[in-house]
Write a protein that binds this ligand. Structure first.
Ligand code: IPM
Ligand code: MG
Length: 389
């Protein structure tokens, strides 16, 4: 096409760069070593990043509960908490980077990270259009699995979502191509190893936790190349787990089935590409009391990061309500962190204390406003409850 020759040449050049980056990434994933064994470490370093908006408030609450629970381990030198400042939107904007270099260097010295929500700039914001710090951290630390549990006992809901976290529609991120003023293109990426590792984690989790059903959710009827590949690889792996029933769903009907009170109790473990996992986990969290109650684990072979599934709620800060923010999402993230580094009993205890405080006893409730208790008061309530267990 003569008319667009120049634009096509320029887009092709950019696309070539993307291909090179992705092929390098594939080589890196293929060469990645075995997962870290926390029990073999002399010391586990837990990095703490407060983030933006209500982040510092709810992260401090979760940190203080964790410090209480791990006080013996800190005293004996087995665990170290390391506060990492600088992952703020002001700082990130000043150096025009999703994660400032010095912050990234500090993060890489930790084993696991507890991270408060960070602000992602959007068009019209006062900030430069930098990439989301979450997405950047998932990529930089190769945190390939986003594990999001949602549990509502009285509704029979006990779901664990395994969202692929480094590929799909997210991988190329802000590097989509404006070919002309009238044509913009983003890219979706699925790799063999990238899919195998999330599928393996999900099936192994199902097996270890007596979950006899795994549902693979894609849109492979339309997104044939990348979702098709994702589905094929998951199905192939399912054959290695004959005791687990595997079924496949399209994301649209699965989104509907989650509100079907008769059917949704049957689901247990889900495997999904990145974007579908992002969307459906917000829906799922809503049944549990909203995104403010849901924590998530971002797991890689060398690092892991634990966070809330929601954003930094700048409006709450603007309206002076930050101190009333609900710390439950970060406390649920803390449960996942404890479990991941090998303190399963402590994880169970914290989960139990949260169930008591959030659903059973409800002596204090957080409402996000002065009609409820403060974040700190709720954290103290959880700490007090832990002492009774
Ligand atoms: C999440 C969030 C992020 C995502 C945003 C903040 C970039 O929605 O963790 O689910 O899309 O992954
Ligand atoms: Mg999301």
């Amino acid at each position: 096409m003569k008319k667009y020759e120049e634009q096509i040449a320029s887009a092709t050049e950019k696309f070539k760069k993307l291909l090179e980056e992705q092929l390098e990434r594939v080589d890196r994933i293929n060469a990645a070593k075995e997962s870290i064994d926390y029990s073999s470490l002399d010391k586990i370093i837990i990095g703490i990043c407060g983030g933006d908006g209500i982040g510092p408030t709810i992260t401090a609450a979760a940190q203080s509960v964790l410090c209480d629970m791990l006080s013996d381990e800190v005293a004996s030198g087995k665990v170290e908490f390391r506060v990492i400042d600088g992952l703020t939107i002001e700082n990130r904007a000043a150096c025009n980077k999703a994660i400032p270099d010095d912050v990234l260097a500090e993060l890489k010295k930790c084993h696991v990270i507890l991270k408060g929500p960070t602000t992602t700039p959007r068009a019209g914001d006062p900030w430069p259009n930098i990439e989301s710090a979450n997405v950047a951290m998932r990529k930089e630390l190769d945190l390939y699995a986003n594990v999001r549990p949602v549990c509502v006992p009285e509704k029979g809901i006990d779901w664990t979502f395994f969202r692929e976290n480094t590929e799909g529609s997210y991988v190329v991120g802000s590097k989509g191509i404006h070919v002309t003023d009238d044509l913009g293109m983003d890219f979706v990426v699925t790799t063999t190893e990238g899919t195998k590792r999330i599928a393996r984690l999900a099936f192994e989790y199902a097996k270890a936790n007596g979950k006899d059903r795994v549902s693979i959710v894609t849109k492979a009827n339309v997104i044939k190349t990348t979702d098709g590949k994702f589905l094929r690889i998951c199905e192939e792996m399912a054959k290695e787990y004959p005791d687990i029933t595997t079924d496949e769903w399209f994301i649209d009907i699965m989104t509907a089935k989650l509100v079907d009170e008769k059917r949704r109790r049957d689901f247990k473990v889900f495997i999904l590409p990145n974007l579908y996992g992002d969307i459906i986990t917000d829906e799922a969290a809503e049944f549990q009391g909203g995104v403010g109650t849901a924590g998530s684990a971002n797991i890689g072979k060398r690092y892991a990061m634990f966070e809330a599934i929601h954003g930094s709620a700048p409006r709450m800060v603007k309206e002076g309500r930050a101190k009333y923010a609900d710390p439950c999402s970060m406390l649920r993230a803390a449960v996942l962190l404890l479990s991941h580094i090998g303190y399963q009993e402590k994880a169970n205890k914290l989960a139990r204390a949260l169930d008591i405080c959030m659903f059973e006893e409800k002596e204090l409730t957080v409402t996000g406003r002065d009609t409820g208790c403060t974040c700190e008061e709720f954290a103290n309530y959880v700490k007090g409850t832990l002492k009774t267990l």
